[in-house]
Design a protein around this ligand. Structure first.
Ligand SMILES: NC(=O)c1ccc[n+]([C@@H]2O[C@H](COP(=O)([O-])OP(=O)(O)OC[C@H]3O[C@@H](n4cnc5c(N)ncnc54)[C@H](O)[C@@H]3O)[C@@H](O)[C@H]2O)c1
Length: 256
C-alpha cells in the first residue's frame, strides 16, 4: 500500500495568484511563497502594490515574478499566463482572486450590467485562466485550482444579490469542473471567506465591525492570514484527495 506521508518534502509547483497586489490576493501570494511555491503575482498593470509583493517574497528568500494584466479579457489572461510561465514554468496552482468594484444594488434598481460585472470576475475570468493553464497542468499530470469565493454564495445580504449570484455561479463551476478535470489529476476547490477587512475597508465605522463580530460564533473578525492558510492547505499534498469542495472561512457566521 502506498500512502503519501511526506507532504512536507514534496516540491511545490509554481502558483499564479490574480489580484495579488493587495488584499486577500497579496496575503495568499505571500503565504504560498512561505510554503515554498514560486509565485506569479498578478494585478492590473497600474497596481501600486504588486511589485511590493514580489519584493517581499524575494526578501523572504522566495521566488516571485510580476504577471501584470487584466484577467477578465482573453488578451490579458494570455499575457498574464505567459509572464508566469516564462518566469517560473508551468502554473501548477491557480488562485483566481481578483475582484473589481462590488456595488450594492437592490433589485428594483438593478441593471443587466450590474449583474454582469461580478460575473466577469467570478466566472469569465476563472474560465479564461483555467483554459490557459490547463495544457501545462495536463502535461504535469495534475494541478490545483483554488478559487476565492465567498460565504455569500450561500448566505444572503440585502443589496448584494448580484455579488451573491456570481459567487453561487462560481461555486457551481468549481463543483462541475472538479468532475471534468479529475481524470487529469486537477483538483478544483474554493475558499469562501466571510467579511475579512482589507485595505479597502479602512475607515469602516467600528460599530459596524462590532455588530458583525457579535454574529460570529468564534467572536472575532477573520484575517487575510486565515483565508491564505486554507488556500495553502488546498494547494498542498495533504489535500490531494479533496475536490469540488468549498472551505468556508468565516468563524461560523451564519451557522444555524
Ligand atoms: N475581503 C473580503 O471581505 C472578502 C470576503 C469574501 C470574499 N472575498 C473575495 O476575495 C477576493 C479578493 O477580495 P479582496 O477583498 O482582497 O479585494 P481587493 O479589492 O482588496 O483586491 C482585489 C485586487 O484585484 C485587482 N484587480 C481588479 N481588477 C482586476 C483585473 N481586471 N485584473 C487583475 N486584477 C484586478 C485590484 O487591483 C486589487 O488589487 C474576491 O474574489 C472577493 O470577492 C473577499
Amino acid at each position: 500500500m502506498s500512502h503519501d506521508r511526506s507532504a512536507g518534502s514534496v516540491p511545490r509547483p509554481p502558483a499564479l495568484v490574480t489580484g495579488a497586489g493587495r488584499g486577500l490576493g497579496a496575503a495568499i501570494a505571500l503565504a504560498l511563497a512561505a510554503d515554498g511555491h514560486a509565485v506569479a503575482v498578478n494585478d492590473l498593470p497600474d497596481s501600486p502594490g504588486a511589485a511590493g509583493v514580489v519584493d517581499a517574497v524575494r526578501a523572504a528568500g522566495g521566488s516571485a515574478v510580476l504577471a501584470p494584466g487584466d484577467v477578465t479579457t482573453p488578451d490579458g489572461v494570455r499575457a498574464v499566463v505567459s509572464a508566469a510561465e516564462d518566469g517560473l514554468g508551468s502554473v501548477g496552482v491557480l488562485v483566481p482572486c481578483a475582484t473589481g468594484p462590488q456595488p450594492e444594488v437592490p433589485v428594483d434598481r438593478m441593471t443587466w450590467d450590474d449583474l454582469l460585472l461580478p460575473l466577469r470576475f467570478f466566472t469569465l475570468s476563472p474560465l479564461l485562466l483555467v483554459q490557459a493553464v490547463l495544457p501545462g497542468m495536463r502535461e504535469a499530470s495534475g494541478g490545483r485550482v483554488v478559487m476565492v469565493g465567498s460565504d455569500l454564495a450561500q448566505r444572503t445580504d440585502v443589496g448584494w444579490s448580484a455579488y451573491s449570484g456570481a459567487k453561487a455561479a462560481q461555486l457551481a463551476l468549481v463543483r462541475t469542473w472538479a468532475r471534468e478535470l479529475a481524470p487529469d489529476g486537477v483538483t478544483v476547490n474554493a475558499v469562501a471567506p466571510g467579511w475579512i477587512p482589507v485595505e479597502r475597508h479602512a475607515g469602516t465605522p467600528p460599530e459596524l465591525l462590532e455588530a458583525y463580530t457579535a454574529r460570529v460564533p468564534l467572536g472575532r473578525m477573520g484575517t487575510p492570514a486565515d483565508v491564505a492558510a486554507a488556500v495553502v492547505w488546498l494547494a498542498s499534498a495533504g489535500a490531494s484527495f479533496v475536490t469540488g469542495e468549498q472551505v468556508t472561512v468565516n468563524g461560523g457566521h451564519g451557522l444555524t
